[in-house]
Write a protein that binds this ligand. Structure first.
Ligand SMILES: [Fe+2]
Ligand SMILES: [Fe+2]
Length: 388
């Protein structure tokens, strides 16, 4: 994967097309942060403005049989799912000495991984751990929300099962990070608490068309991210962590397939509405779900984390363009015929976007080369300084 140079400054990563850039743009549109402890607030343009017409909600009612047949089989039965303890030293099955040996071996394996890697893995883990926010958000969407908390609607069944699968991701990464001894768990736990308290507003306006475009993109982004942390763990000498990240990435891939299948179905039955939704999300830009991340110290924590992820090649501006290009191909967006007025223009906009994103990024890279590197301290690694 193509990555950016090692000393790109934070400003260099403000590419407006990237999730990183989106988050930065969001941050910079807010009033300056006065108190160090004040967490970031959502920018105004993410406040709900346009809702889906009620008749569109009926489409999702009519798709319930389809969802049962085509979506629910992508949930894995619980007894076939991996569980975190399978990747961790289990004190119930080991003697005290064996347990200590296994923890020591884990710490020796992670000793070869750089601090930058841990900052990124912690940020990924915190993103996963703010899961209550994502389940709440999924249930904002008209026509697919879980009306009772235990609804038998296939949309609700999916959302609960998806949440239950996702729950293992943060759980496993967090325990592994704790056992590594490389990170400040107090600051990490504080960040998780701040983040769940802050929530997220990614601009889907209760509209499941927008919501499923977002989740398609986001699941693929997490698939890419965890795939890259797996690769770096292997290169850094920890094959167990590589296996963990790769296993999580495989879950994300299955989730991506599910959400992309919904968008594909929407394109089949309502091509104009679906194309407009894809275009609207691309115009809003896909914001990372942890964009309101805060640790009580660094008012620009998310942008700093994202800059490190970009620098070590875990999630880059190029990935954003690649993901969009992938879906243009997957959904055959260039070949859809017979779209009307605005949807036709939306098709042109979306299909031309990867090229524009890359051009924009090239210019941002050129500007970045002229900037001085700077140091940023991360509370998650005991306030050690990293160069960005
Ligand atoms: Fe996940
Ligand atoms: Fe996922």
């Amino acid at each position: 994967m193509q990555t950016l140079g090692p000393f790109h400054s934070i400003t260099a990563n403000t590419a407006a097309w990237t999730p990183i850039g989106t988050a930065l743009a969001t941050t910079f549109k807010q009033p300056p942060v006065r108190a160090r402890a004040a967490p970031p607030k959502p920018a105004k343009h993410f406040q709900a403005s346009r809702y889906m017409p009620p008749e569109k909600a009926e489409i999702f009612k009519s798709l319930e049989h389809w969802a049962t047949q085509r979506l629910l089989p992508l949930i894995k039965p619980v007894n076939q799912c991996w569980q975190p303890i399978e990747f961790l030293p289990d004190p119930a099955k080991l003697s005290a000495d064996e347990f200590s040996d296994r923890v020591r071996a884990l710490q020796e394996r992670t000793a070869g991984l750089p601090d930058e890697y841990f900052v990124v893995l912690v940020g990924d883990m915190i993103t996963e751990d703010a899961l209550p926010t994502y389940q709440s958000w999924m249930n904002t969407h008209e026509g697919v929300r879980d009306e009772t908390g235990a609804s038998s609607s296939p949309w609700a069944v999916w959302t609960r099962a998806w949440t239950a699968e996702e729950h293992r991701h943060g759980d496993l990464l967090k325990t592994y990070l704790y056992l590594s001894g490389r990170v400040d768990m107090l600051m990490i736990d504080r960040t998780v608490q701040y983040l769940i308290g802050a929530g997220a507003d990614v601009g889907t306006d209760r509209n499941p068309y927008l919501g499923f475009v977002y989740t398609s993109f986001q699941e693929r982004a997490t698939f890419v991210t965890h795939g890259n942390t797996a690769r770096l763990a292997k290169e850094g000498g920890d094959p167990v962590l590589a296996l963990i990240c790769g296993t999580i990435a495989a879950d994300e891939k299955r989730h991506e397939i599910a959400y992309a299948r919904i968008v594909e179905k929407l394109l089949e039955i309502d091509p104009n509405g679906a194309m407009l939704a894809i275009s609207e999300m691309m115009k809003k830009k896909i914001t990372m779900p942890a964009h309101l991340m805060h640790d009580g110290q660094d008012p620009h924590l998310f942008e700093h984390f994202a800059a490190v992820a970009q620098r070590i090649g875990v999630y880059t501006a190029d990935d954003y363009a690649n993901i969009l290009e992938f879906f243009i191909g997957q959904w055959n967006l260039e070949k859809i015929q017979g779209l009307e007025g605005e949807a036709r223009r939306a098709q042109d906009l979306v299909c031309g976007l990867p090229h524009r994103i890359r051009k924009f990024q090239e210019r941002a890279d050129e500007r970045a080369k002229k900037l001085q590197p700077r140091g940023v301290n991360f509370s998650w690694i005991f306030n050690k300084e990293l160069t960005l």
